[in-house]
Design a protein around this ligand. Structure first.
Ligand code: C5P
Length: 319
Protein backbone atom coordinates (compact mmCIF):
# COMPACT_ATOMS: atom_id res chain seq x y z
CA UNK A 1 0.00 0.00 0.00
CA UNK A 2 1.23 3.49 -0.82
CA UNK A 3 0.35 6.61 1.08
CA UNK A 4 0.67 10.36 0.59
CA UNK A 5 -0.30 13.52 2.40
CA UNK A 6 -2.49 15.96 0.49
CA UNK A 7 -1.74 19.41 1.93
CA UNK A 8 -4.18 22.32 1.77
CA UNK A 9 -3.31 25.82 0.51
CA UNK A 10 -4.18 29.39 1.30
CA UNK A 11 -3.97 32.37 -1.03
CA UNK A 12 -1.97 35.17 0.59
CA UNK A 13 -3.05 37.43 -2.29
CA UNK A 14 -5.31 36.85 -5.28
CA UNK A 15 -5.70 39.28 -8.17
CA UNK A 16 -8.18 38.64 -10.99
CA UNK A 17 -6.69 40.28 -14.07
CA UNK A 18 -9.10 39.30 -16.84
CA UNK A 19 -11.46 36.78 -18.32
CA UNK A 20 -10.13 34.28 -20.81
CA UNK A 21 -11.83 32.98 -23.96
CA UNK A 22 -12.25 29.57 -22.26
CA UNK A 23 -14.43 31.20 -19.55
CA UNK A 24 -11.80 30.93 -16.81
CA UNK A 25 -10.24 33.98 -15.20
CA UNK A 26 -6.61 35.00 -15.49
CA UNK A 27 -5.12 35.22 -12.01
CA UNK A 28 -2.02 36.48 -10.25
CA UNK A 29 -1.99 34.78 -6.89
CA UNK A 30 0.45 34.08 -4.12
CA UNK A 31 -0.14 30.57 -2.82
CA UNK A 32 1.16 28.97 0.37
CA UNK A 33 0.99 25.30 1.35
CA UNK A 34 -0.23 24.32 4.82
CA UNK A 35 0.55 21.46 7.16
CA UNK A 36 -3.21 20.79 7.32
CA UNK A 37 -3.57 17.79 5.02
CA UNK A 38 -5.85 14.97 3.92
CA UNK A 39 -4.27 11.53 3.92
CA UNK A 40 -4.61 9.23 0.95
CA UNK A 41 -3.63 5.59 0.44
CA UNK A 42 -3.92 3.41 -2.62
CA UNK A 43 -3.52 -0.25 -3.51
CA UNK A 44 -3.97 -2.30 -6.64
CA UNK A 45 -7.07 -4.48 -6.56
CA UNK A 46 -8.70 -7.07 -8.84
CA UNK A 47 -11.56 -5.95 -11.07
CA UNK A 48 -11.80 -3.08 -13.46
CA UNK A 49 -13.29 -0.18 -11.48
CA UNK A 50 -11.37 2.21 -9.25
CA UNK A 51 -12.95 2.78 -5.87
CA UNK A 52 -12.74 5.19 -2.99
CA UNK A 53 -13.71 4.97 0.65
CA UNK A 54 -13.65 8.01 2.91
CA UNK A 55 -13.05 8.33 6.66
CA UNK A 56 -11.84 11.13 8.92
CA UNK A 57 -13.25 14.12 10.74
CA UNK A 58 -14.85 15.79 7.70
CA UNK A 59 -18.02 14.21 6.32
CA UNK A 60 -17.43 13.82 2.58
CA UNK A 61 -19.58 11.69 0.26
CA UNK A 62 -17.73 11.37 -3.03
CA UNK A 63 -19.76 11.58 -6.22
CA UNK A 64 -18.81 10.61 -9.77
CA UNK A 65 -16.97 13.95 -10.21
CA UNK A 66 -14.63 13.18 -7.31
CA UNK A 67 -11.17 14.46 -8.16
CA UNK A 68 -9.29 11.40 -6.90
CA UNK A 69 -11.20 9.09 -9.24
CA UNK A 70 -10.86 11.63 -12.05
CA UNK A 71 -7.11 11.86 -11.43
CA UNK A 72 -6.88 8.07 -11.70
CA UNK A 73 -8.92 8.10 -14.92
CA UNK A 74 -6.92 10.83 -16.68
CA UNK A 75 -3.63 9.31 -15.53
CA UNK A 76 -4.64 5.84 -16.75
CA UNK A 77 -5.56 7.25 -20.17
CA UNK A 78 -2.35 9.24 -20.46
CA UNK A 79 0.21 6.97 -18.80
CA UNK A 80 -0.97 3.40 -18.49
CA UNK A 81 -4.01 2.33 -20.54
CA UNK A 82 -5.41 -0.91 -19.11
CA UNK A 83 -3.48 -0.54 -15.82
CA UNK A 84 -4.94 -2.39 -12.80
CA UNK A 85 -7.87 -1.02 -10.82
CA UNK A 86 -7.07 0.92 -7.68
CA UNK A 87 -8.67 1.18 -4.26
CA UNK A 88 -8.20 4.53 -2.55
CA UNK A 89 -8.81 5.35 1.09
CA UNK A 90 -9.09 9.02 1.96
CA UNK A 91 -8.89 10.45 5.45
CA UNK A 92 -10.65 13.79 4.97
CA UNK A 93 -9.39 16.56 7.24
CA UNK A 94 -9.57 19.67 5.01
CA UNK A 95 -13.03 21.28 5.07
CA UNK A 96 -14.97 21.01 1.79
CA UNK A 97 -15.35 23.88 -0.70
CA UNK A 98 -13.75 26.18 1.86
CA UNK A 99 -11.15 28.02 -0.23
CA UNK A 100 -8.40 25.71 1.03
CA UNK A 101 -7.98 23.59 -2.10
CA UNK A 102 -9.03 20.34 -0.42
CA UNK A 103 -10.34 18.55 -3.52
CA UNK A 104 -7.37 19.78 -5.55
CA UNK A 105 -4.99 18.56 -2.85
CA UNK A 106 -6.48 15.08 -3.13
CA UNK A 107 -6.13 15.18 -6.93
CA UNK A 108 -2.48 16.21 -6.65
CA UNK A 109 -1.72 13.42 -4.17
CA UNK A 110 -3.63 10.92 -6.32
CA UNK A 111 -1.54 11.74 -9.42
CA UNK A 112 1.61 10.94 -7.49
CA UNK A 113 0.18 7.77 -5.93
CA UNK A 114 -1.26 6.22 -9.09
CA UNK A 115 2.07 6.55 -10.89
CA UNK A 116 3.78 4.80 -7.97
CA UNK A 117 1.08 2.12 -7.75
CA UNK A 118 1.42 1.29 -11.45
CA UNK A 119 5.19 1.69 -11.46
CA UNK A 120 5.15 4.27 -14.26
CA UNK A 121 7.25 7.41 -14.62
CA UNK A 122 5.47 10.71 -14.83
CA UNK A 123 7.60 13.56 -16.15
CA UNK A 124 7.35 17.08 -14.76
CA UNK A 125 5.72 18.51 -17.91
CA UNK A 126 3.17 15.71 -18.04
CA UNK A 127 2.38 15.99 -14.32
CA UNK A 128 1.72 19.70 -14.80
CA UNK A 129 -0.44 19.08 -17.86
CA UNK A 130 -2.57 16.45 -16.10
CA UNK A 131 -2.76 18.67 -13.02
CA UNK A 132 -4.15 21.62 -14.98
CA UNK A 133 -6.78 19.40 -16.53
CA UNK A 134 -7.97 18.44 -13.05
CA UNK A 135 -8.34 21.97 -11.65
CA UNK A 136 -6.79 25.39 -11.37
CA UNK A 137 -5.24 24.83 -7.93
CA UNK A 138 -3.75 21.44 -8.77
CA UNK A 139 -0.59 22.67 -10.59
CA UNK A 140 0.58 24.52 -7.46
CA UNK A 141 -0.21 21.52 -5.29
CA UNK A 142 1.76 19.08 -7.48
CA UNK A 143 4.70 21.48 -7.65
CA UNK A 144 5.76 20.68 -4.09
CA UNK A 145 6.59 24.38 -3.51
CA UNK A 146 5.88 25.86 -0.08
CA UNK A 147 4.95 29.20 -1.64
CA UNK A 148 4.63 30.22 -5.28
CA UNK A 149 3.40 32.98 -7.52
CA UNK A 150 0.70 31.36 -9.65
CA UNK A 151 -0.55 32.90 -12.90
CA UNK A 152 -2.62 32.06 -15.96
CA UNK A 153 -5.65 30.06 -14.97
CA UNK A 154 -3.42 28.48 -12.33
CA UNK A 155 -1.08 26.55 -14.62
CA UNK A 156 2.03 28.77 -14.37
CA UNK A 157 3.79 28.20 -11.06
CA UNK A 158 6.85 30.20 -10.04
CA UNK A 159 8.12 28.41 -6.92
CA UNK A 160 9.34 30.58 -4.06
CA UNK A 161 11.17 29.59 -0.91
CA UNK A 162 9.31 28.75 2.27
CA UNK A 163 9.84 30.69 5.49
CA UNK A 164 12.88 30.12 7.71
CA UNK A 165 10.48 29.36 10.58
CA UNK A 166 6.86 28.12 10.44
CA UNK A 167 4.12 30.72 10.01
CA UNK A 168 1.14 30.12 12.31
CA UNK A 169 -2.37 30.41 10.91
CA UNK A 170 -5.68 30.70 12.66
CA UNK A 171 -8.34 29.52 10.20
CA UNK A 172 -12.04 30.20 10.60
CA UNK A 173 -14.38 28.62 8.05
CA UNK A 174 -17.56 30.68 8.02
CA UNK A 175 -20.72 28.70 7.31
CA UNK A 176 -21.14 25.88 4.85
CA UNK A 177 -19.55 25.13 1.49
CA UNK A 178 -19.19 27.91 -1.07
CA UNK A 179 -18.66 26.93 -4.72
CA UNK A 180 -15.71 28.68 -6.39
CA UNK A 181 -17.70 28.85 -9.61
CA UNK A 182 -20.44 30.88 -7.91
CA UNK A 183 -17.94 33.37 -6.48
CA UNK A 184 -16.29 33.91 -9.88
CA UNK A 185 -19.75 34.35 -11.42
CA UNK A 186 -20.59 37.00 -8.79
CA UNK A 187 -17.25 38.67 -9.52
CA UNK A 188 -18.11 38.86 -13.23
CA UNK A 189 -21.51 40.27 -12.34
CA UNK A 190 -19.90 42.98 -10.17
CA UNK A 191 -17.54 43.83 -13.07
CA UNK A 192 -20.08 43.82 -15.88
CA UNK A 193 -23.48 44.20 -14.21
CA UNK A 194 -25.70 47.31 -14.29
CA UNK A 195 -23.86 48.79 -11.28
CA UNK A 196 -20.44 48.52 -12.91
CA UNK A 197 -20.24 52.03 -14.49
CA UNK A 198 -21.13 53.70 -11.20
CA UNK A 199 -18.49 51.66 -9.36
CA UNK A 200 -15.88 52.40 -12.06
CA UNK A 201 -16.60 56.15 -11.78
CA UNK A 202 -16.29 55.98 -8.00
CA UNK A 203 -12.96 54.20 -8.20
CA UNK A 204 -11.64 56.76 -10.70
CA UNK A 205 -12.66 59.56 -8.35
CA UNK A 206 -10.85 57.85 -5.47
CA UNK A 207 -8.14 55.70 -7.04
CA UNK A 208 -7.75 52.46 -5.18
CA UNK A 209 -4.47 51.43 -3.63
CA UNK A 210 -2.21 49.02 -5.52
CA UNK A 211 -4.26 46.31 -7.28
CA UNK A 212 -4.24 42.86 -5.70
CA UNK A 213 -2.23 41.40 -8.59
CA UNK A 214 0.54 43.96 -8.05
CA UNK A 215 0.55 43.33 -4.32
CA UNK A 216 0.94 39.61 -5.02
CA UNK A 217 3.86 40.27 -7.39
CA UNK A 218 5.53 42.71 -4.99
CA UNK A 219 5.34 40.24 -2.14
CA UNK A 220 6.59 37.40 -4.35
CA UNK A 221 9.68 39.46 -5.17
CA UNK A 222 10.31 40.00 -1.46
CA UNK A 223 9.85 36.34 -0.59
CA UNK A 224 12.20 35.22 -3.36
CA UNK A 225 15.21 36.31 -1.30
CA UNK A 226 14.19 34.27 1.78
CA UNK A 227 11.89 35.35 4.59
CA UNK A 228 10.79 34.82 8.17
CA UNK A 229 7.34 34.29 9.69
CA UNK A 230 7.56 37.70 11.38
CA UNK A 231 8.28 39.41 8.03
CA UNK A 232 5.17 37.87 6.47
CA UNK A 233 3.05 38.95 9.47
CA UNK A 234 4.22 42.53 8.88
CA UNK A 235 2.63 42.34 5.41
CA UNK A 236 -0.75 41.14 6.71
CA UNK A 237 -2.39 44.58 6.51
CA UNK A 238 -1.35 44.93 2.86
CA UNK A 239 -2.54 41.42 2.04
CA UNK A 240 -5.88 41.86 3.80
CA UNK A 241 -7.18 43.90 0.86
CA UNK A 242 -5.36 41.95 -1.82
CA UNK A 243 -8.03 39.39 -2.68
CA UNK A 244 -10.30 40.38 -5.59
CA UNK A 245 -12.74 37.62 -4.64
CA UNK A 246 -13.53 39.32 -1.32
CA UNK A 247 -16.27 41.58 -2.75
CA UNK A 248 -18.14 38.81 -4.62
CA UNK A 249 -17.72 36.37 -1.72
CA UNK A 250 -19.25 38.89 0.70
CA UNK A 251 -22.05 39.60 -1.73
CA UNK A 252 -22.96 35.88 -1.63
CA UNK A 253 -22.21 35.51 2.08
CA UNK A 254 -22.72 38.77 3.98
CA UNK A 255 -21.84 37.00 7.26
CA UNK A 256 -18.21 36.86 6.06
CA UNK A 257 -17.96 40.61 6.53
CA UNK A 258 -19.59 40.47 9.96
CA UNK A 259 -17.31 37.68 11.16
CA UNK A 260 -14.20 39.34 9.74
CA UNK A 261 -14.94 42.58 11.62
CA UNK A 262 -15.57 40.68 14.84
CA UNK A 263 -12.40 38.59 14.45
CA UNK A 264 -10.23 41.62 13.74
CA UNK A 265 -11.57 43.36 16.84
CA UNK A 266 -11.01 40.29 19.01
CA UNK A 267 -7.62 39.25 17.62
CA UNK A 268 -6.23 42.73 16.99
CA UNK A 269 -4.76 41.65 13.65
CA UNK A 270 -5.78 41.70 9.99
CA UNK A 271 -7.97 38.86 8.76
CA UNK A 272 -7.63 37.61 5.16
CA UNK A 273 -9.88 35.54 2.89
CA UNK A 274 -8.41 32.39 1.33
CA UNK A 275 -9.26 31.93 -2.35
CA UNK A 276 -13.00 32.20 -2.93
CA UNK A 277 -13.70 31.51 0.76
CA UNK A 278 -15.45 30.98 3.03
CA UNK A 279 -12.29 30.43 5.12
CA UNK A 280 -10.84 33.50 6.84
CA UNK A 281 -7.36 33.44 8.36
CA UNK A 282 -4.97 35.46 10.45
CA UNK A 283 -1.16 35.15 10.30
CA UNK A 284 1.03 34.62 13.38
CA UNK A 285 4.78 34.51 13.93
CA UNK A 286 4.47 30.95 15.31
CA UNK A 287 2.01 28.08 15.61
CA UNK A 288 1.90 28.59 19.38
CA UNK A 289 0.79 32.20 18.92
CA UNK A 290 -1.96 31.03 16.54
CA UNK A 291 -3.06 28.45 19.15
CA UNK A 292 -3.56 31.25 21.70
CA UNK A 293 -5.72 33.15 19.22
CA UNK A 294 -7.79 30.00 18.59
CA UNK A 295 -8.30 29.42 22.31
CA UNK A 296 -9.54 32.97 22.75
CA UNK A 297 -12.18 32.37 20.08
CA UNK A 298 -13.19 28.92 21.28
CA UNK A 299 -13.63 30.25 24.84
CA UNK A 300 -15.73 33.20 23.73
CA UNK A 301 -17.16 32.54 20.26
CA UNK A 302 -17.08 35.37 17.73
CA UNK A 303 -19.95 36.15 15.35
CA UNK A 304 -21.67 32.80 15.95
CA UNK A 305 -18.67 30.80 14.71
CA UNK A 306 -18.78 27.19 15.93
CA UNK A 307 -15.73 25.85 17.77
CA UNK A 308 -15.21 23.15 15.12
CA UNK A 309 -14.93 25.82 12.42
CA UNK A 310 -11.76 27.14 14.09
CA UNK A 311 -8.47 25.47 13.15
CA UNK A 312 -4.78 26.08 13.63
CA UNK A 313 -2.24 25.28 10.91
CA UNK A 314 1.17 26.39 9.74
CA UNK A 315 3.03 27.22 6.56
CA UNK A 316 5.95 24.81 7.01
CA UNK A 317 9.49 26.08 7.22
CA UNK A 318 11.73 25.58 4.18
CA UNK A 319 13.84 22.48 4.53
O1 C5P B 1 -10.42 24.92 -11.98
P1 C5P B 1 -11.46 24.65 -10.95
O2 C5P B 1 -12.31 23.46 -11.31
O3 C5P B 1 -10.93 24.57 -9.56
O4 C5P B 1 -12.41 25.92 -10.98
C1 C5P B 1 -13.70 25.93 -10.41
C2 C5P B 1 -14.50 27.06 -11.05
O5 C5P B 1 -13.95 28.32 -10.68
C3 C5P B 1 -14.45 27.05 -12.57
O6 C5P B 1 -15.52 26.29 -13.07
C4 C5P B 1 -14.59 28.51 -12.92
O7 C5P B 1 -15.95 28.88 -12.90
C5 C5P B 1 -13.92 29.23 -11.77
N1 C5P B 1 -12.52 29.61 -12.05
C6 C5P B 1 -12.25 30.66 -12.92
N2 C5P B 1 -10.96 31.02 -13.17
C7 C5P B 1 -9.93 30.38 -12.57
C8 C5P B 1 -10.19 29.32 -11.68
C9 C5P B 1 -11.49 28.96 -11.45
O8 C5P B 1 -13.18 31.27 -13.45
N3 C5P B 1 -8.68 30.75 -12.84
Amino acid sequence: MMRADAPAKVNLALGVVGRRPDGYHALVSLFARLDLADRLTVERVPGDADRLVVAGPIDYRPGPDDLILRAAAVARDALAPGAPALAFRLEKRIPLAAGLGGGSADAAAALDLVARAWGVEIGDAQRLELASRLGSDVPFLVSGAVTALVTGRGEYVRPLPGPSDPVGLLLVTVGSELATRDVFAAQAELQDGPDAPRRAAASLAAPAALPASERAEALADRLAAGWTAAELCQQAAVLRDANDLWAPAVRLRPDLGVVRDALETRLGRPVLLSGSGPTLFALYPSRTAAESGAEAIRDQPVGGVAAEAVRVAAIPAAR
